[in-house]
Design a protein around this ligand. Sequence first.
Ligand code: RUB
Length: 313
Amino acid sequence: MTVEETAEKIRTMEIRGAGRIARYAAKALLDHSQTLSGRDMASYRKEMQQAADLLVSTRPTAVSLPNAVNLVMKSLMGVSDIKTAKTNLEERAAAFVRRSEEAVSKIGKIGARNIRDGDVVLTHCNSEAALACILEAHQQGMDIEVYATEVRPRNQGHITARTLSDAGIKTNFIVDSAARFFMKEVDLCITGADAITVNGSVINKIGTSQIALAAHEARVSFLVAAETYKFAPCTIVGERILIEERSPDEILSPEMRKELRNVTVRNPTFDITPADYVDLIITEAGVFPPEMAYTVIREQLHWDSSDLSSDYP
Ligand code: RUB
């Protein structure tokens, strides 16, 4: 798959979910590097940067995407010989993909320790990391039941329901607006994350913050499963995470919208759950309260205040 094809698939959400987006972007850079002839360092660097920019421009919210791209591109820093540059970049990209896959499985193992036999778990959207915890608990023989939301407008809940059903887990499929109605039957909520800011706020699929609020009200634990590269070093220097707003066509047909002359359809794709409503963040490096986001960014992403650099942006 070319960089352009990967970028298009991310834009149209054929490739979706923050972890997968990051891995596909790193893999696209690796493949692109291999297609370049490798004679002139300046043009190699320029072509790789164009590919990196294209990938990063596809979706604005999942911080895993710029984190992965920047981690790979940083391998070119201070390198002037093209052979070394190509080797470094390709090795780094492959290592990122490998580490990312390992991280999801570690999160599953750590997350399963937060689930008890007999628990009823609610999850929202389709998160590899959140599902890893649930699937691991089930594989360990725990008797668990899941509430999975539909996730309008793109129905990512269908993927989640299928995965859970295929694994043999008793699953209740509910519309997004039924989350509070069923909260009294739920023992804990687990979702993924697209980005985690320095103040511990969690950006995830639209509707996540309503579920966290309902969980808070019902004294139900709200856990977030996320690889450390979902934390956003850019928020330390005051940058905000942009919330993607997608086409209104995802919600109402163009014909219907034409009829509703005075109606504007709004389609934010993600929302922000404040740290106050998050009990724990499960990462591959262990479990952290959201208040420790700064420490995670420093220690896991090697953000350094003295030169404002890190492994990531
Ligand atoms: C996906 C979504 C997921 C996170 C985490 O949104 O919000 O909860 O990306 O997923 P979209 P993962 O479908 O719009 O990409 O744990 O798989 O990285």
